[in-house]
Design a protein. Structure first.
Length: 110
């Protein structure tokens, strides 16, 4: 697949999101964030099921996050309906790994 296809469909990309797409694979987002300077948040999905993390707002599901998981907000984007989405990373073995975009209403940041 061509990267241009993804870039054409993703509004207001942050540098971190672009790096994630360029370095990551089609099925997941394994890119490491050198400095996850984002605010700490907790997954608080009221459905009790894992929260879907997506390649872009309203895009393909690439990861799932369990309730209570600590994530780090990297950037905020909106979809075509104006809903806010947060690009989140997790801390794993001393590094930060980008997981994807989640709906803002399903994470509580502190």
């Amino acid at each position: 697949m061509k990267i241009e296809k993804y870039l054409a469909n993703i509004p207001k990309l942050s540098v971190l999101a672009i790096a994630t797409i360029l370095v990551g694979t089609y099925s997941s987002l394994p890119a490491q964030a050198q400095n996850a300077s984002g605010k700490a948040c907790r997954v608080t999905d009221p459905t009790g099921t894992p929260l879907n993390a997506r390649l872009q707002p309203n895009g393909k599901i690439v990861n799932r996050l369990r309730n209570g998981r600590t994530v780090y907000a990297q950037s905020i984007s909106t979809d075509s309906e104006g809903k806010p989405w947060v690009l989140v990373a997790i801390r794993s073995q001393g590094n930060y790994r980008i997981m994807g975009y989640v709906l803002r209403e399903f994470v509580s940041c502190y």
